[in-house]
Design a protein around this ligand. Structure first.
Ligand SMILES: *Cc1c(COP(=O)(O)O)cnc(C)c1O
Length: 381
């Protein structure tokens, strides 16, 4: 796919070259571990062993690179596997990373409980404030890690401004683009060095696969990441790669509807007497609204809110929703509701990333917007 095509066309065609053997318009699931060689070292299609490369995964990786406007895409078994590969590629003992004060709980756990054991240092900063990030830099800061919008408080960080901070410090800017997806936001074009995805979420889009990805426009870094992907081995299997490749084809239409429904939900919640605060970057009074409007196409499908009545009231609302299914994860066509303090962000309790106990997070799906509003109103009643 050439750069001249628009996102929707790239999403459907990049990596989806018709199969050379049969003309199948969808890449087959190459459920295979090894490949016949024509004499020692005589590889037919460049494939020798499926940890190193597999044609179905290659199709997805080519697609992911194109969607983010990068040169190299790599598909992993999960978002955290992708993060682990990135951290072990970029960092050595004694190096330091600035991490956000609001982030996916598992990302925080990876820094606090896993890589810290290998001598990697980290500190927390409010990444919505570039001055705070600059103040957190140390001589051995090798990466600035950002989620925008962030999980679960939907904070917005200015990617252009942080790319400048990172460049000045000789550090890499890593953007977890899971909440926005490349349809709404393209961090590499804004100056980021690496994009991280949990493809489990909007990219897959149907709550039927766990996967992760790294994308970069830097060839040297791309080679190093690919080396580590093979050396460490947490690759996406062919069937999972195929599911993500399939999901991505409808990303644009899904994201449009997610954003439309989430805007209606956020506006309704803002007026609701039992809701004390709504977090949605599409609302004009959100502190990051202007930056979000500048760097995103629309504001996405995630909405968080606090209820009056404390933790017990929040837990009750989660239990009373019917169209919104009570469960972790996000980004699927079906709406989900959850209590971050007890569920997705339980591992951040007692840390600077702890979330309010009366907070509810919604992944607003693509069902009828009317049905979603009615369901939340009865759950709050
Ligand atoms: C889910 C998620 C991850 C982790 O991805 P897995 O696929 O669950 O390993 C990382 N970042 C964000 C923002 C997420 O929502």
């Amino acid at each position: 796919m050439s750069d001249q095509h628009s996102f929707e066309t790239i999403a459907i065609h990049a990596g989806n070259t018709p199969d050379s053997l049969t003309g199948a318009v969808v890449p087959p699931i190459y459920q295979v571990s090894t490949y016949k060689q024509d004499g020692v070292g005589g590889l037919r299609g460049g494939y020798e062993y499926s940890r190193s490369a597999n044609p179905t995964r290659s199709a997805l990786e080519e697609n992911l690179a194109a969607l983010e406007g990068g040169r190299r895409g790599l598909a992993f078994a999960s978002g955290l596997a992708a993060e682990d590969c990135l951290l072990r590629t970029l960092l050595a003992p004694g190096d330091h990373v600035v991490i956000p004060n609001d982030a996916y709980g598992g990302t925080f756990r990876l820094f606090a409980k896993v890589v810290s054991r290998w001598g990697v240092e980290w500190s927390v900063a409010d990444t919505s404030d570039p001055a705070a990030v600059r103040a957190a830099l140390r001589p051995r800061t090798k990466a600035i890690w950002v989620e925008t919008p962030s999980n679960p408080l939907l904070g917005i960080s200015d990617i252009v401004a942080l790319a400048e901070v990172a460049r000045g410090a000789g550090a890499k800017l890593v953007v977890d683009n899971t909440f926005a997806s490349p349809y709404l936001q393209q961090p590499l074009a804004l100056g980021a060095d690496v994009v991280v995805h949990s493809t489990t979420k909007y990219m897959g889009g149907h709550s039927d696969v766990v996967g992760g990805a790294l994308i970069t426009a830097d060839d040297t870094l791309g080679d190093e990441l690919a080396y580590h992907q093979n050396a460490m081995g947490a690759i996406s299997g062919p069937f999972d790669a195929w599911l993500v490749l399939r999901g991505v084809k409808t990303l644009a239409v899904r994201m449009d509807r997610h954003s439309e429904n989430a805007t209606r939900v956020a506006e309704m919640l803002e007026r609701h007497p039992k809701v004390s605060k709504v977090y949605y970057p599409g609302l004009p009074d959100h502190p990051g609204h202007e930056i979000a409007a500048k760097q995103m196409k629309s504001f996405g499908g995630m909405v968080s809110f606090q209820v009056t009545g404390g933790e017990q009231a929040a837990i009750e609302v989660c239990g009373k929703a019917k169209v919104f299914t009570l469960g972790e994860s996000l980004g699927g066509v079906e709406s989900l509701i959850e209590h971050p303090g007890r569920m997705t962000h339980a591992s951040a309790a007692g840390s600077p990333l702890e979330v309010p106990d009366d907070l509810i997070r919604l992944s607003v799906g693509i069902e009828s917007g009317d049905d979603l509003l009615t369901d939340l109103q009865q759950a709050l009643a």
